[in-house]
Design a binder for this molecule. Structure first.
Ligand code: C2O
Ligand code: CU
Length: 547
């Protein structure tokens, strides 16, 4: 089979040959940016009847940090202030401009006053609590953006189980820029079930926020999406963990709970220990699994979280180990025979390397990269052991779904230079008739990563991490087209579908079935690709839960 495949390199040739790409939908997507008025879901002021256990102000504002030798780097951060509740519930990620880490228990009431103090008047913003089941007014719908100088008040009860949730800006069209500049934090929920599990806590419970960045020669973050990067996604030249380039953690001979978040705009990781030791996975997007599982590697796409149990007890002081991202193919469809002179199967070869966004040296999507170095630095006694089980998960049952025989399709496609969902691009105020969900139902959704026959760009499609706002779901099945099986085979053993999910990686040619319940809250939410450039360019739709 010989497919006509347009790679990054080839697209640049096409773009150079004429202006067919100009004035297209990508420009249109940018025009949808920074909607100045709050939408119908706005809840701009505090409700005096709501009495929060934790009330904080989060101010998005510029700052400068020393990341590299020489000039400081301008970043945008969430500066936190605790107004009500225990100040210890809001913590910095040590040494990082990312964050803060907000801690809450299931059942607590939280009020967050978001203040937009970004320096550029075009940077309207709004915060989305990724993974949390909140009322629509507190979900950070992109229509609710506030301009610099304005605020937005969120009030919600934490109903989710213990887990590693996160928050980041959600202004359609400029999410990519704001996340690159540093706006992202963790929302860690605890509950009695988690406490009973006896996991490492305190200094042995570590956030690992993985992102990629490029720096210019003044040490500033580079983010100027050209047509190609807007289309395929931003790839940075170097890895930052918790906002730090080349991070090495000095750890003790103990057991650690590592809470990994892929906070990158587009880069997908195939994580493994360089020692060949399997990863011990204890949690996913929506908290602990039923029992620890091992995987040779774990796929972590933008937006996803994974929790690892890292046991360093038997390692002599001085041991070094590295969490790496292994090479994988097929993230951007398959490379056409001949495009890279016989690099068939190395799909990653096509991405990066041609100067998209000035990232001439960015490793390709799927290239092998080191992520995090660990040095066993000191001897300490340890008494914790890995539990053999956690609490049983409440399982959705297919037979309880209102549409068990007719899954709600979420078809991912490329049409006319745009990534689309069910053939449509994002429309701020539109909910199509087929995007209405009935309150208090369980639904079966099927995400279908279609091929794009006849499309000049990437006819075999690319990997899309699909995120549904409003809560957690359970993945119940995956299939792949025979012609795209090869790339899928290289990643499928790294899926962790055993637990609750809010974001799911869907490889080219893959179909994913999931069950999601729509309880408690009517209102408008979004579902979208968490490749943030795809999202900013319109690979997002509303859905509305109606009573
Ligand atoms: Cu983490 Cu709508 O996104
Ligand atoms: Cu996508």
């Amino acid at each position: 089979m010989r497919q006509r495949m347009i790679t990054r390199r080839a697209l640049l040739r096409v773009a150079g040959a004429g202006s067919l790409l100009l004035g297209g939908s990508l420009v249109g997507a940018c025009a949808a940016t920074a909607r100045p008025t709050a939408g119908a879901t706005a809840q701009p002021v505090a409700n005096p009847a709501f009495s929060p256990d934790l009330a904080i102000t989060l101010r998005a504002a510029p700052s400068e940090v020393q990341l590299l030798p020489g000039a400081k780097t301008t970043v945008w951060t969430y500066q936190a202030q605790v107004n009500t509740g225990d100040p210890a519930l809001v913590q910095a990620i040590p040494g990082s401009y990312l964050g803060p880490i907000i801690r809450a228990r299931t059942g607590q009431k939280v009020r967050v006053t978001f203040e937009n103090n970004l320096p550029d008047p075009s940077q309207a913003s709004i915060i989305h609590w990724h993974g949390l089941h909140t009322p629509a007014a507190a979900d950070g719908h992109t229509s609710a953006v506030v301009r610099p100088g304005e605020r937005y008040v969120y009030e919600f009860t934490v109903t989710d189980r213990a887990g590693t949730y996160w928050f980041h800006p959600h202004p359609h069209g400029t999410i990519g820029k704001q996340v690159i500049m540093g706006l992202a934090g963790l929302f860690l929920v605890s509950d009695a079930e988690e406490e009973a599990a006896g996991l490492p806590t305190g200094a042995y419970d570590l956030p690992v926020v993985i992102q990629d960045r490029s720096f210019d020669d003044q040490n500033q973050f580079v983010y100027e999406p050209d047509m190609m990067s807007q289309m395929m996604g931003f790839l940075g030249e170097r890895i930052l963990v918790n906002g730090t380039p080349d991070l090495t953690l000095d750890l003790a001979t103990r057991t650690y709970r590592l809470r990994l978040l892929n906070g990158s705009n587009s880069r997908i990781y195939k994580l493994a220990w360089d020692t060949g030791t399997p990863l011990t996975v204890i949690g996913s997007d929506g908290g602990l699994l039923e029992a620890p599982i091992t995987r040779p590697f774990v796929m972590l796409a933008p937006g996803e979280r994974i929790e690892l149990w890292a046991d360093l007890r038997d390692l002599p002081v001085g041991t070094r180990l590295t969490l790496v991202s292994q090479a994988f193919a097929g993230g951007e469809g398959v490379e056409a025979e001949g495009e890279t002179g016989g690099m068939g199967g190395m799909g990653g070869m096509q991405h990066g390397g041609m100067g998209g966004m000035g990232n001439g040296n960015a490793p390709a999507l799927g290239a092998a990269i080191d992520i995090l170095r660990i040095r066993v630095a000191r001897q300490e006694p340890e008494t914790l052991t890995l539990p053999s089980t956690f609490a049983p998960l409440q399982r959705h049952r297919l037979e309880d779904a209102v549409n068990r025989d007719t899954p709600r399709p979420v078809a991912l496609s490329l049409r006319g230079m745009e990534w689309r969902i069910n053939g449509k691009t994002f429309e701020m105020d539109v909910v199509a008739p087929e995007e209405i969900v009935k309150l208090n139902t369980l639904e079966l959704w099927e995400i279908i990563n279609e091929t794009n026959p006849g499309e000049m760009m990437d006819p075999m499609g690319m990997a899309h991490p699909i995120h549904i706002h409003g809560g957690q779901f359970q993945v119940i099945g995956r299939e792949v087209l025979p012609e795209l099986r090869a790339g899928w085979e290289g990643v499928k053993d790294g899926y962790v579908d055993e637990g609750w999910k809010d974001t799911v990686l869907v490889m080219p040619g893959e179909r994913v079935k999931l069950l999601m319940a729509f309880r408690d809250y009517p209102g408008t939410y979004v579902y979208h690709c968490h490749n943030i450039e795809h999202e900013d360019a319109g690979m997002m739709r509303n859905y509305r839960v109606e009573a």
